[in-house]
Design a protein around this ligand. Structure first.
Ligand code: KIV
Length: 266
């Protein structure tokens, strides 16, 4: 396996140098090949694969086999990119040994780091992963694996007490050795305050412009996801129209007898 030019240490360096970090999710080889040609800093093989790639209603349907499969596919195509893989629902809540097994599977699949949601109740897991040399990204604010506890996907940290708790947990993650903290769907002021209080970078999604970096789900930023439109998920392209146009052109050409041409035949 080749050494990567970007690493967990590069996250720290970027924060020290006040350079913004860009991340996207990716779940497959084809998009990983395209991402390898960009200046995007790092890739997350998110457990959102369960929703985006498999049509599940939430990320709780992801398991370690699914995460390993998607991680392997991304790693085959991503070239030099730093790859973080999500630890799926409950895989880090059953004790240190099963969590290490789950992380081992993701690292063996080619990821360079793992991300896991929350901190309370699995501080020992985070500490052991870090001590084992596995870069750990934390994930606070809206934790999609807790969707059933929330009763939906809602902005977190709106009350003073909830905001204080998220800020406290962010500090805990830093102390436990997390190399970065993803902040999802929290008020921009809170995210800015946490970012100022941490020496490790924050990566925001729906957390405003004050974070050290931003991440989006690839299909959202490409404008390919017509089901769900949270206001933070800006489309930077019109992917769905591009795909639909190409498919309509193919269909039309086949039916008009203009595809394939002589030069497209053997
Ligand atoms: O799985 C995922 O897509 C995430 C997002 C917050 C980026 O964790």
């Amino acid at each position: 396996m080749c050494a990567k030019s970007f690493s967990a240490r590069s996250f720290h360096k970027a924060k020290r140098e006040s350079r913004k970090l860009s991340m996207v999710t990716c779940y497959d080889y084809t998009f990983a090949r395209l991402l390898s040609q960009t200046t995007i800093d790092a890739i997350l093989v998110g457990d959102s694969a369960a929703m985006v790639m498999h049509g599940h209603a939430s990320t709780v349907s992801a398991n370690i086999d699914l995460m390993r499969l998607h991680t392997e596919a991304v790693v085959r195509g991503c070239g030099d990119k730093f790859v973080i893989a999500d630890m799926p629902f409950l895989s880090f809540r059953k004790g240190v040994a099963p969590a290490l097994d789950a992380a081992q599977a993701l690292i063996a699949a080619g990821a360079q780091g793992v991300k896991l949601e929350g901190v309370k109740g699995h501080e020992d897991v985070i500490q052991r992963l870090v001590e084992s040399g596995i870069p750990v990204m934390g994930h606070l604010g809206l934790q999609p694996q807790s969707v059933h506890a929330y009763g939906g996907f809602h902005v977190q940290g709106r009350s003073c007490e909830a905001a204080r708790e998220i800020a406290r947990q962010a500090k805990m993650l830093e102390e436990l050795g997390a190399f970065a903290v993803l902040l999802e769907c929290i008020p921009a002021n809170l995210a800015r305050e946490i970012t100022g209080a941490l020496s490790v970078p924050t990566i925001g999604i729906g957390a405003g412009a004050g974070c050290d970096g931003q991440i989006l789900v690839l299909q959202d930023l490409l404008g390919m996801n017509s089901d769900l439109h949270p206001k933070f998920a800006r489309s930077f392209g019109d992917g769905a129209s591009c795909v639909l146009r190409a498919l309509a052109d193919f269909d039309g050409a086949v039916k008009a007898g203009t595809f394939p041409l002589l030069e497209e035949s053997y």
